[in-house]
Ligand binder design. Sequence first.
Ligand SMILES: [Zn+2]
Length: 387
Amino acid sequence: MSQLLLPAIRQLIATSSISSTRPEFDQGNREVIELLANWLGDMGFACEIIPIPGSPHKANLIATLGKGSGGLVLSGHTDTVPCDDSLWSQSPFELTERDNRLYGLGTCDMKSFLALAMEAARGLKPEDIKQPLIILATADEESTMSGARELARLGQPKARYAVVGEPTSLTPLNMHKGIMMERITLTGKSGHSSDPSKGRNAMDAMHKIMTALMTLREEWKTQYNNPGFTVPMPTLNLGCIHGGDNPNRICESCSLEYDVRILPGMESETIRHSIRRRINPLAEQLGVGFELSAITPSIESFASQPNSQLVAACEKLTGHTSTSAAFATEAPFLSKMGMDTLVLGPGDIAQAHQPDEFIGLDTLEPTIELLRGLIKKFCLTETGEES
Ligand SMILES: [Zn+2]
């Protein structure tokens, strides 16, 4: 571990880059991207900053060492969630070493990974690189995933393998569920409560529609099952409902928000379509207007390729069998671009999004060693097939 690692983590933590769907919390990540581009540029990486359309303060970075069509992507997001300073024992933006841990916002999730990827690449000689090593730094993972979406749109970067370094306590994760957050809005007709026939009650209609959704949820249980997950079926959570304004008025408008967690093999568009097909005739029959919209763009589920060489290599290097995650990542975007992808990084997800977020100092060296092992296998040999 070089003298440069801790100062790099310190500087990344000090450069705040909160992303949030709430505009009052949302910041850019440009400064973090520029820090990384400067450091990686000095190390001989070719750095390409990819702006996020419509967000001048946000960007992705693709930093490439070596040339070729194969190679390995080490990917991390540069943004963090918002934080409440008053709940922290020290400043979230000041790296604090205590009890064999590094505290700070983004230490675990996941600025340290970017510094560790850089550290693993330090000292590589260009002439030794047979397949490119790409360090990818993205924007907005914690909010809209606009960074990963833009990369998917551009089809960049291109490589054969990709490791998403989210905190997994260095256990490879080969699948996670996808997330959809959607809203159904029903529009009826208001009127005096004394004569229900004079209006069409949107809340009454929503009751029937909720029942239909719960039936659909039961059907999914028999249609889909993946024993690799703690909750092996897709879930549909009715999260909140808003409707009406007064007890003596027929409710004109009612909206329901729900979250669906889909298994690998299920596509969000197919699920949306089946919900629409189920609700449409019902709404027609009840005489209410029906609108279905996404609250946030969906995140697809993720599963590593069957017989993935990357999974095999990571299991061998870590000594852990791969498992599933209960959280979503940028992995499906990289996987859809054709890369053999998996999620693996230092730190415990339990510490992410918490006051006093930290990463254990004792995980730094093993992470560097693991990443060097992957670089050796996938970048320093012609095919990545022999070690
Ligand atoms: Zn993260």
